[in-house]
Design a protein around this ligand. Sequence first.
Ligand SMILES: [Zn+2]
Length: 131
Amino acid sequence: MPEPMTPTLYCEPCPRCVFHAWQLIERGRLLWRSEWECDTCGFGAAETCHLDGGRGLPPAEVRAAVVAAEGTVLLPLRGAPAPALKVFRDELGLTMRELLAAIRDGYRATPVEARHLTALLQESGFTVHPG
Ligand SMILES: [Zn+2]
């Protein structure tokens, strides 16, 4: 006997929900996507499928999921000329303080960010060697 269907509001992920997040480069732009997937509840069901996405750096929790899945590489920025740094800063929307920290310590990029930023910096005349 099938269970009677009861209307349920899916406002929150259940414990079996899985959060996926990833980044991609499309037409020279850094993009991010995230979605919930679940075989149990409606929150992560294909028809509701809590998809989200945007341009540039993802929100902190999305980026954390990408970092957890893919790790980071360090982009050393010491010696980068001003035009390259401006492109780098604009692309990521960094504050001046964040930019200075990135120049001092390098920037911890996800693999997709590293690929994107490496290409941008290269176009601005700076060759970065991710480590
Ligand atoms: Zn669920």
